[in-house]
Design a protein around this ligand. Structure first.
Ligand SMILES: C[S@@+](CC[C@H](N)C(=O)[O-])C[C@H]1O[C@@H](n2cnc3c(N)ncnc32)[C@H](O)[C@@H]1O
Length: 452
């Protein structure tokens, strides 16, 4: 790979004799990786994925490359993520029931990891500043079957006004100079220039300033980048703990091949050894930097602010209520709606613990239940992927060939005398989508934008 000359000079000086091995790693192939969704039945995943070598520091992580058009991937049983990125979710370690923010979340690798670790409990606000990327984030989290997630498309400044002192845990997986992505995407080297890291560091400081305003005593902050640049790694953390002395670094466990953060790259702050560096010449992965900080409570007691204006279920019109009840009774069992949110004709089931959200750009306020059409309710893909098998009354097993036809957007013909109505289509026991059966034909409701 052709690395920029300024990049070579910089890391030659920083790494000294280690630099050759570091540069060599850019010419080696990426090991690739994927995580198995522990919220879905992992016994159903294609066994060749399950038996691939496991990532030592991530229970659900494996080395290898994923087929993005497989049933396992399109139904959210697997997520492609390079191995060093998996350590971020592990270090973040969100607890069940917490209120968590993933501030820079698209395309969703870390958010899907957080959802799995939280076992769909509590509240995850997964935010992305760019609209097009926020849409991809929503699709990935929907595939993953996330039930505890509200997806927003906001700047950190706008969010801080909405969620003062609100979150127990915030992940800032910061936009960075992306040096750790060079191997996967050599074109990224073209954007690199000598001052790029300083520009990124400036933006990272603004993002962290916003994050602090959304935290309280006892909250945990996880900061990560996929770059090697000290300006965006050690130096940002050194800046942060000087500016916000209420935060202290938590030592991060180092597995074989992981390095301590380097104090000499961050104003000789000895605390920086508590952070972790994942280098591609020391371990299997593209490279990351991670720091974990806790806001120490002055009194020793944790202050947990209450939600002043909790979101409450919207009131549906009489017709809407009838259509929804009809669908729920004919199709689902034991599905507990938490809070109904209606955006136009789209109905969502919002997780508990959200405040009123009328001043935010929301991409998905929870599980997408479906759409109110003229005199009927049409269930959504999001619902199909979020529920458990045993929560559905009517299921229809389709073959792999029929699955291919369905995700392509075609109708499928079945050979049975099942009554007309909505069915959860399953293929290899994976929920695929809801389909409407009429006279042995399953009409296609797979979203147009996802067909392939
Ligand atoms: C490293 S990527 C996040 C990757 C993601 N966490 C994952 O695991 O899939 C950083 C994200 O920050 C977003 N971003 C860019 N500028 C930003 C800003 N000023 N504030 C917040 N996020 C920003 C980018 O669009 C990008 O999606």
């Amino acid at each position: 790979m052709n690395l920029p000359q300024d990049f070579i000079n910089k890391y030659q000086e920083l790494l000294g004799p280690e630099a050759t091995a570091f540069f060599d790693s850019f010419n080696q192939s990426s090991p690739g990786g994927y995580r198995i969704n522990s919220n879905k039945a992992s016994s159903l995943v294609d066994q060749s994925y399950v038996t691939n070598e496991q990532v030592p520091y991530c229970r659900d992580g494996h080395y290898g490359h994923l087929n993005g058009k497989s049933i396992d991937h399109t139904t959210g049983y697997l997520y492609s993520q390079e191995p060093s990125a998996m350590y971020v979710g592990e270090v973040a370690d969100p607890q069940q029931g917490e209120k968590v923010l993933d501030l820079c979340a698209a395309p969703g690798g870390k958010s899907t990891h957080l959802v799995a670790k939280m076992q769909n409990s509590g509240l995850l606000v997964s935010n992305e500043i760019f609209k097009a990327r926020a849409k991809i984030l929503a699709e990935n989290l929907e595939r993953w079957g996330s039930q505890n997630t509200v997806i927003t498309n906001e700047s950190p400044e706008k969010l801080e006004a909405q969620f003062p002192a609100f979150f127990d845990r915030i992940l800032v997986d910061a936009p960075c100079s992306g040096e750790g992505m060079f191997r996967k995407d050599p074109a990224a080297t073209q954007y690199w220039h000598k001052d790029y890291s300083n520009e990124c560091a400036n933006r990272q400081q603004h993002i962290l300033d916003s994050a602090v305003k959304m935290m309280h005593a006892g909250s945990t902050l996880i900061y990560s980048t996929c770059t090697f640049a000290p300006e965006e790694d050690e130096q940002i953390i050194d800046w942060f703990i000087r500016k916000y002395p209420q935060f202290t670094l938590v030592p991060i466990k180092k597995y074989s091949g992981m390095d301590d953060g380097r104090p000499e790259w961050g104003n000789d702050n000895p605390e920086l050894t508590k952070t972790v560096r994942l280098f591609p010449h020391h371990m299997k992965g593209e490279g990351h930097f991670i720091a974990k900080l806790v806001w120490q409570a002055a009194s020793g007691s944790k202050i947990v602010p209450t939600v002043k204006h909790p979101f409450r279920s919207v009131k549906l019109s009489k017709e809407q209520q009838t259509e929804l009840t009809e669908f729920l009774h004919s199709c689902l069992v034991n599905y507990q709606i938490r809070n109904l949110a209606l955006f136009g004709d789209q109905l969502f089931d919002m997780p508990n613990g959200m405040p009123i959200i009328d001043k935010m750009s929301i991409v998905r306020p929870g599980v997408h239940l479906g759409t109110f059409k003229k005199r009927r309710f049409e269930p959504a893909l999001g619902l199909a992927l979020a529920i458990d098998d045993d929560q559905v009354l009517n299921k229809l097993t389709i073959t792999e060939e029929q699955w291919r036809q369905y995700v392509h957007g075609d109708t499928i013909t079945v050979n049975n005398d099942y009554p007309k109505g909505w069915y959860l289509l399953t293929c290899q026991n994976h929920a695929v989508c809801f389909g409407k059966l009429v006279n042995k034909t399953v009409k296609n409701f797979y979203p147009k934008g996802l067909r392939f």
